[in-house]
Design a protein around this ligand. Structure first.
Ligand SMILES: C[S@@+](CC[C@H](N)C(=O)[O-])C[C@H]1O[C@@H](n2cnc3c(N)ncnc32)[C@H](O)[C@@H]1O
Length: 261
C-alpha cells in the first residue's frame, strides 16, 4: 500500500474510528465486482474486500469501483485502496458512466434532504439515501446500505425485537422503485453508536435483491368503499429455507418456513 502523509493518516484513522459497521456489512456482499457509492476515502470498500475468505475458496480478489465526489477524499482513497478504480464524480451520474454491471453495490451515503444535482432514475423524493439506492438498482444485482433507521421499513437496531414500520416517504420510494429494503442478516447497529464522531445517528443496514421487484397488489374494489385505495407494493412471499441433511433424497429434505419476527 502507498504511504499516507501525516494528515492523510490522521483522516484515515478518524474515518476508521467512525464506525466498525463495515465489517458487519461485508457479510452482505456477494460476488466479484463491487461498487461503493459515495465512497468517501473507501473505508466501507476496504472492509468488504474479504481477502481471506476469498483466498480460502480460491476465488479472485474482488474488483472495486469507488465513486466519490470530493476530490480530497478520492486522493486519500486512492492510497487507502489503490487496487480500486476511483471515480471522482456525482453518484447521480453513475447510470450514465458506462461502468458496467456489478454483483453488489454498497454505500454509506449522506442522509436526508441534502442538495443534489437531480433525481435518480425512478425516485423523485427528498431522501438522498433513497436516490443512491435507486442508482444502485440500475447497475447492481444486490445492494447493502447503511441508512437512517427512519428510512428503513423496519426497526431492528436497538430494539428488543424486529418490527416493521414504514413511513410515507419510504412507501413513496417503494412505490416508485419497487425496491424492497430488507434487514438481511439483521445485525444490531446500535452496538456501534459510541463509535460515531460528533453525531450518533440511529441507522440500519438494509439489503436489496434488485432482481426481485416488489409486487403490486391491486386493491379489491368493494361496493362499500367509495374510493378504491391506491395499490401498494408488498414484499415477495418469504422464501422457504431448506435444510439438507447428509444422504437426503430431494423429497426428504426438511423444509420450514422462516418465521416472521
Ligand atoms: C458518510 S460519507 C461516506 C464515508 C465512506 N463510507 C467512507 O468509508 O469513508 C458520505 C460521502 O458521500 C460523499 N458525497 C456526497 N454527495 C455525493 C454525490 N452527489 N456524489 C458522490 N459522493 C457524494 C461525501 O463527500 C462523503 O464522502
Amino acid at each position: 500500500m502507498a504511504r499516507l502523509t501525516k494528515e492523510q493518516s490522521k483522516r484515515h484513522q478518524e474515518a476508521c474510528a467512525l464506525v466498525d459497521l463495515d465489517r458487519d456489512l461485508s457479510i452482505e456482499v456477494a460476488g466479484d465486482r463491487v461498487i461503493d457509492l459515495c465512497a468517501g476515502i473507501g473505508r466501507l470498500a476496504y472492509g468488504c474486500r474479504d481477502l481471506w475468505g476469498r483466498r480460502w475458496n480460491d476465488e479472485p480478489a474482488r474488483q472495486f469501483v469507488c465513486v466519490e465526489k470530493n476530490p480530497d477524499y478520492v486522493k486519500v482513497g486512492r492510497k487507502v485502496l489503490p487496487e480500486a478504480e476511483w471515480v471522482c464524480g456525482d453518484v447521480l451520474d453513475v447510470p450514465n458512466m458506462g461502468l458496467g454491471r456489478f454483483d453488489t453495490a454498497i454505500s454509506n451515503p449522506p442522509f436526508g434532504s441534502i442538495k443534489r444535482s437531480g433525481d435518480a432514475p425512478s425516485y423523485t423524493g427528498r431522501r438522498f439515501e433513497y436516490h443512491v439506492i435507486s442508482v444502485a438498482s440500475q447497475i447492481a444485482t444486490f445492494g447493502a446500505f447503511i441508512i437512517p433507521q427512519n428510512s428503513a421499513p423496519f426497526r431492528c437496531s436497538g430494539e428488543s425485537r424486529y418490527r416493521e414500520e414504514v413511513d410515507t416517504e419510504c412507501v413513496r420510494f417503494q412505490e416508485q422503485t419497487r425496491v424492497d429494503l430488507t434487514c438481511g442478516a439483521g445485525f444490531d447497529t446500535s452496538i456501534y453508536r459510541d463509535q460515531w464522531r460528533g453525531v450518533a445517528p440511529k441507522v440500519e443496514v438494509v439489503t436489496c435483491d434488485f432482481t426481485e421487484p416488489m409486487t403490486v397488489v391491486a386493491p379489491v374494489p368493494s361496493k362499500a368503499v367509495a374510493a378504491t385505495p391506491a395499490a401498494r407494493p408488498v414484499r415477495p412471499v418469504r422464501p422457504m429455507a431448506t435444510l439438507h441433511l447428509p444422504g437426503d433424497q430431494p423429497e426428504e429434505q426438511l423444509a420450514f418456513e422462516i418465521p416472521a419476527a
